[in-house]
Design a protein around this ligand. Structure first.
Ligand code: F6R
Length: 607
């Protein structure tokens, strides 16, 4: 979603802001803009489309020591230059905003009656006018911002610049992420550290409701009511935040092929072939787990699918009731209060607004033990949760989630093992699972080698309008993830069904033009999914089967993709690789923008 970058520097800020915008591109956006101070004035340049379109419009000789820039992902108003940020008021105040201002209609009417003219269709434009309004009433820049934000409802991260105060930038964080970067005689603001990693490795992670005042050599922070606040500076290994493709064509491709390494990092130091090590979730977690009788998982998109896998594991290996809800639904389905509950959020970014809102809701209405499985240290979910297990996948830039999903599953398996240990499962069973989990990176690496097979499958799909994915048991959430990947990056309509549901509706869709991808396990579901495949084949549907079985009599036209065999509970994780690569190669054949699929954002920071 939208991205902010800003800074006050001794050196020229303009190239830093442009590089920052490039580094925020992965979040998803449709337009971009920059405002920087010149000798006497402020230069404001905006463009529809990509950051390089904005660059083309910039004065090549532009130099400045203070500026803000933004990538916009449209919520209120179409993608257009007018709606792009920064928004200006009276050529004095410039604002870049992430989030949604819920009371913008009321503020618009008020500002119009005060003589302000609104130029855009956005909810964001009111912010700058409101600040300007208070400035016109005699307040200084700092007080005008403080007064204006007290009037705003909703979620907002802001970077604000005042033409008449050329030394200061103001940032605000309210339910939308914002970090401060500190350098030598320079200070920065950004939506995430990715944007600033070339210029600093020292960051302050603002809390909700905090306001930051930046000058070259000073960073001061206070709460919304003006009380001074101390936020520690953390050093981050910024070498991990590279936006280098390392010879791959797309970040998605790179991230798929990084998966053996990423899973290795997720397991590193956390597991031996006897089970998980104590303390990997944080001190005292195991002791608290002893009392747990219910598990509630909240997540969105791909991360939700990881949760659904854990649900099966929890029932089968722990006998603990586990419920999984979408972040956008959890609080609205009026959850029944439960005692002794582990509330677990799963998220790549740690900033997904729906998941975060659910966690806050659960903490307010109940008293669960909270854990997040997350890829971004210091993210909002990590900070709101009592315990965290980082997936250690490394930054995921491709909008379609790949290595984050597979490492989430590895981490969830660590949780399963820890719970089994705590609840007194047989050491032999634990050992069996632990040693198979340790072998997972090698099996993923083998699966990644079969690219020709996946390319051949993609050829069957890329001219079709629809694809059906089938799975049963643990393979059903994986089928859903396969369908999500295909629709996200190739725009082919894809749906996933449990095999047993086929004759309750979707069979009506099957004809010779409908490819079906069936996930075939080597377990008690084999006979039943075989019958489902026969039902499809009898209606001339083309079936591609994927699974650990060596030979199958069930491949119908589409062929069989054999994946390495491991324990039944881990085999679905290996199955993810063919699904990711089939989607990737299908998208290549269709010529879509793989890393930045239309209409999608990487980090969904609005509800
Ligand atoms: C799919 C995808 C999205 C995310 C979802 C949740 O490829 O990327 O469905 O999984 O937006 O995001 P996180 O995991 O950051 O909470």
């Amino acid at each position: 979603m939208c991205g902010i970058v800003g800074g006050v520097t001794e050196r020229n800020i303009v190239p830093i802001l442009i590089e920052g915008l490039h580094r925020l591109e992965y979040r998803g956006y449709d337009s971009a803009g920059i405002a920087y101070r010149t000798e006497e004035n402020v230069s404001l340049v905006k463009s529809l489309g990509r950051v390089h379109d904005l660059e083309k419009k910039l004065d090549k000789k532009a130099t400045s020591n203070i500026g803000i820039a933004h990538t916009r992902w449209a919520t209120h108003g179409i993608p257009s230059e007018k709606n792009a940020h920064p928004h200006a008021s009276n050529k004095n105040i410039y604002v870049a905003h992430n989030g949604i201002i819920e009371n913008h209609e009321d503020l618009k009417s008020e500002l119009k009656s005060e003589g302000f003219k609104l130029y855009s269709q956005t909810d964001s434009e009111v912010i700058g006018h409101l600040i300007e309004f208070y400035k016109q009433r005699g307040m200084d820049f700092d007080s005008s911002v403080m007064k204006a934000i007290s009037r705003l409802k909703g979620a907002f991260a802001l970077a604000v610049m005042d033409k008449n105060d050329p030394e200061t930038l103001i940032g605000v964080r309210q339910s939308s992420p914002l970090v401060v970067g500190e350098g030598f005689d320079e200070s920065f603001l950004a939506s995430d550290i990715m944007a600033l990693s070339p210029v600093t490795n020292k960051f302050k992670f603002l809390e909700d409701g905090q306001v930051v005042f930046l000058s070259k050599d000073k960073v001061s922070i206070c709460s919304k009511d003006g009380r001074a606040a101390k936020v520690p500076t953390k050093e981050v290994d910024s070498t991990a935040y590279t936006n280098d493709l390392s010879g791959y064509n797309h970040f998605m491709e790179k991230e798929i092929f990084e998966q053996p390494e990423s899973v290795q990092s997720a397991l590193e130091g956390r597991i031996t072939n006897k089970g998980t090590r104590e303390g990997i979730f944080g001190a005292g977690f195991e002791k608290k787990l002893k009392n747990i009788e219910n598990i509630q998982i909240v997540a969105c998109g791909t991360s939700y699918h990881a949760g659904r896998i854990f649900e099966y594991w929890s029932h089968k290996f722990l006998g603990i009731n586990c419920r999984v809800d979408y972040g956008s639904e959890y609080q609205y389905q009026e959850p029944v209060k439960t005692k002794k509950t582990l509330l677990m959020t799963i998220s790549q970014s740690g900033e997904t607004a729906d998941t975060l809102a659910s966690l806050k809701f659960a903490k307010k209405t109940d008293d669960p033990l909270t854990l997040t499985i997350c890829n971004v240290a210091n993210s909002s979910l990590c900070r709101e949760s009592e315990y965290t297990l980082l997936t250690n996948a490394g930054p995921e830039i491709g909008v379609a989630s790949t290595k984050a999903f597979v490492t989430q599953l590895a981490c969830l398996n660590l949780l399963l093992l820890t719970l089994m240990q705590v609840k007194g499962a047989k050491p032999g069973t634990i050992k069996n699972i632990a040693s198979s989990l340790i072998e997972l990176p090698d099996q993923l690496a083998k699966t990644l080698k079969m690219t020709d097979t996946y390319k051949a499958a993609a050829k069957l799909l890329f001219k079709r309008h629809s694809t059906l994915f089938l799975g049963r048991g643990l393979y059903f959430p994986i089928a859903r993830e396969g369908a999500l990947k295909l629709k996200e990056i190739s725009y082919i309509h894809a749906e996933a069904y449990p095999g047993g549901e086929l004759k309750h509706g979707p069979l009506a869709m099957i004809d010779k033009n409908m490819p079906v991808i069936a996930l075939v396990p080597d377990n008690e579901h084999l006979d039943k999914i075989t019958s489902n495949i026969e039902e499809v084949a009898a209606r001339k549907g083309k079936v591609i089967t994927i699974g650990p079985l060596k030979k199958t009599t069930l491949n119908k036209d589409g062929g069989h993709i054999k994946i390495p065999k491991t324990l039944d509970l881990l085999n679905p994780i290996i199955c993810v690789v063919p699904l990711q690569l089939i989607s990737y190669y299908t998208a290549l054949l269709k010529g879509t923008d793989v890393d930045k699929p239309r209409n999608l954002a990487k980090s969904v920071t609005v509800e």
